[in-house]
Design a protein around this ligand. Sequence first.
Ligand SMILES: *[C@@H]1O[C@H](CO)[C@@H](O)[C@H](O)[C@H]1NC(C)=O
Ligand SMILES: *[C@@H]1O[C@H](CO)[C@@H](O)[C@H](O)[C@H]1NC(C)=O
Ligand SMILES: *[C@@H]1O[C@H](CO)[C@@H](O)[C@H](O)[C@H]1NC(C)=O
Length: 214
Amino acid sequence: MKLVLACLAVLFLASVLARPGKSKKQSAGDAFEDAGITELLNIQAPTNWLKVKYGSIEVKRGNDIYPGDTIEQPTITFDQADPDTYYAWFLLDPNYNNYSAKDKKPYKASLFALYVNIKNMNINAADALAKYLCPNPRPGTGEHYYVHLLWEQQEKIDVSSCDMPDYETDQRYPFNLTEFISQYNLSDEPAAGNFHTASFPDDLQEVCEEGGYC
Ligand SMILES: *[C@@H]1O[C@H](CO)[C@@H](O)[C@H](O)[C@H]1NC(C)=O
Ligand SMILES: *[C@@H]1O[C@H](CO)[C@@H](O)[C@H](O)[C@H]1NC(C)=O
Ligand SMILES: *[C@@H]1O[C@H](CO)[C@@H](O)[C@H](O)[C@H]1NC(C)=O
């Protein structure tokens, strides 16, 4: 009996110790700051976590997700969404070239999705300026962040206006988030955000190198 109790105690301790993140919940703002994403994108930190799910896989403050699991557009939820406000959802790779600070080059973002005029978090009914493209880290460029951001719009964006950027045919790289935010009057800081990481898969890297494709 004593032995059983001791085992249970060990199991309990192990489970507590194995989940350091569970005891202190990190805020979205702190996670974005710690990962350097606010600096990479030159934005203020989001106030809330955005719920992003690829099927059953949840995006969770920088967890690694295999690119093959992100082929389908994720579902996005934000419980605190104001029913009278339009929102814009971005998916960005903030450092497409994976420059480091010592490269002393401006970080350039690539756009993977941009939907505006989102009401009640219904992305399917929103206007797609850039249809969802799945995260595709290029071979040899290491680990990338894929950053989901939800911004409040001040008004509905007229997507039929002829000076609307066309991200389907134009390059999605480099994408200047600062410029877009000021041009389309988005809120000063994102209402919510989340991010995961992904790399070009190791097993494919080998094939890629052997075949001389990269
Ligand atoms: C950039 O790529 C290198 C290797 O190519 C990798 O070690 C590093 O983690 C990457 N940096 C970032 C910020 O993802
Ligand atoms: C983005 O645009 C802003 C405002 O026009 C500019 O100050 C900034 O240098 C641009 N950033 C990049 C990386 O080109
Ligand atoms: C942004 O706000 C300014 C000033 O309130 C307004 O003139 C402009 O039309 C707005 N831009 C868009 C894209 O709605």
